[in-house]
Design a protein around this ligand. Structure first.
Ligand code: SDX
Length: 426
């Protein structure tokens, strides 16, 4: 119930409009503006800068303090003490699993990792140089053509089956996208391997020899999955919720999330960071790019910098930077040229008034690409990895949306087009 009220006066309206104000467990209060339509008013918030689109209990972000909590647990503690599948359980269920629950969860995921053999034929319709995100959008959307047994979105068990299928199959599909692009045969998942190890063997293994994963790289891969797992109502998650609100099946909704994630302002930024670092090429060119990033006439932005919510360090970027150092040390490439440029770029940007005034800090995408490149993953696969990781966040929010009363999402607009006029041939 609302124990607070907001009162709105509008020129030309005699009455004072009283609006309920709700308080969450933490974070800003929200003003319920639903009554405004009956007063002939809409709110106006392009980009949803000040709009809470829903109630959720999955993830909390405090952008001013650089805080990210999943089920109340700080991301730094989860990165240090947990693993991706345990965080998947947490995001889906709101609590960390007991050892027994985790064993069952992991076993269930392992038993769903294969895709229907017919799906392999989809890939042959693509050119070998097709962007793997284009393939992933198509193949994930096509999953709904295979799983007619679990598409009742109002059935909690069906929602759980879809979640398991998606968590389990996304690494398989992602690796298939890569294998197809390099003309190598698809690698089947191996049930004896852990989640990240399994992904790496599907990516880099081949039928001619056994693949042995490097445990440091597998741990780094699992941490990258974990750091990207969920992030409240970001653009792609909001897309999944909106698609879900029409009653679309979960696989189509996740495909819509993959499509929204692809943009360079969102999940495509990790690929764009590497492209930017390659374009900078040498530390001596950094100043030129910093000037371009500050020039309002130049569309260039410092990729991997800035965030709609974080006006402080993105806590994931800090963990990612530490993981980057660990991986490059393990691989003996501390002098990675891109890392040197990235660290110098970060140092210069963080001392520059333009970035300080606008509270622009490195975000989750700034260092992830350097790690992925060091692991041997090509740049055009970076956002595919982000989509793989974020699938749990998308399906958790989709499931939360369908777990209670809900309405189709249908925003309105400020109309500035022509008023009514009669048709006359020109
Ligand atoms: C992700 O929402 C999420 O949670 C997303 C995400 C997740 O986990 O789901 O965290 C993942 O998408 C991270 C963000 C990855 N994107 C990038 O790294 C691309 C580069 N960043 C920018 O495009 C931008 O910072 C955004 C899109 C991330 C945020 O944009 P906003 O909040 O709409 O901010 P804005 O565009 O209004 O910028 C405010 C000011 C502007 O300058 P002024 O008009 O005030 O003069 O800051 C400037 C912008 O020009 N600015 C930048 C900049 N980012 C913002 N200037 C140079 N380089 C940048 N990177």
């Amino acid at each position: 119930m609302a124990d607070k009220k907001a009162r709105l006066t509008v020129d030309g309206l005699e009455e004072v409009i009283e609006l309920p104000v709700y308080t969450g467990t933490t974070g800003p209060d929200v003003v319920d503006v639903r009554a405004l339509t009956s007063k002939g008013l809409f709110t106006y918030d392009p980009g949803f800068v000040s709009t809470a689109a829903c109630e959720s209990s999955i993830t909390y972000i405090d952008g001013a303090k650089g805080v990210l909590l999943h089920g109340g647990y700080p991301i730094e503690q989860l990165a240090e003490n947990s693993d991706y599948l345990e965080v998947c359980f947490l995001l889906l269920n709101g609590e960390l699993p007991t050892p027994e629950q985790k064993e069952v969860f992991v076993k269930t995921v392992k038993n769903h990792t294969m895709v229907h053999e017919q799906m392999t034929h989809f890939f042959n319709g693509f050119r070998r140089d097709a962007h793997p995100m284009a393939i992933m959008v198509a193949v994930v959307g096509a999953l709904s053509a295979f799983y007619h047994d679990s598409l009742d979105i109002d059935d909690a068990h069906h929602r759980e089956v879809c979640a398991f299928r998606l968590i389990a199959k996304m690494p398989t599909i992602a690796a298939m996208c890569y294998k197809y692009s390099i003309g190598q045969p698809f690698q089947y998942p191996r049930n004896e391997l852990d989640y990240a190890d399994n992904f790496l063997q599907m990516m880099f293994g081949n039928p001619c020899e056994d693949y042995v994963t490097n445990p440091v790289l597998a741990k780094a891969m699992d941490r990258i999955f974990l750091l990207h797992a969920d992030h409240e109502q970001n653009a792609s998650t909001s897309t999944v919720r909106l698609a879900g609100s029409s009653g679309a099946n979960p696989f189509a909704c996740i495909a819509s999330g993959i499509a929204a994630l692809w943009g360079p302002a969102h999940g495509g930024a990790n690929e764009a960071v590497l492209t930017m670092l390659q374009e900078i090429g040498d530390e001596s060119n950094i100043d030129e790019f910093i000037q371009r990033a500050k020039d309002p006439e130049d569309s260039f932005r410092l990729m991997g910098f800035g965030h709609r919510v974080y006006r402080n360090f993105d806590p994931r970027a800090k963990v990612m930077k530490q993981t980057c150092d660990e991986v490059l040390a393990e691989l003996g490439i501390e002098n990675d040229p891109f890392l040197k440029i990235a660290k110098r770029l970060e140092q210069i940007a963080l001392e520059d008034d333009y970035f300080i005034q606008r509270k622009l800090y490195p975000n989750v995408d700034f260092y992830s690409g350097i790690i992925l490149k060091a692991i041997g993953i090509p740049t055009n696969m970076f956002t595919v990895i982000f989509a793989l990781s974020r699938t749990i966040g998308w399906i958790s929010h989709w499931s939360e949306f369908h777990s209670g009363p809900n309405k189709i999402g249908r925003p309105r607009q400020l109309y500035t087009g022509p008023t009514k006029r009669d048709y006359e041939k020109k």
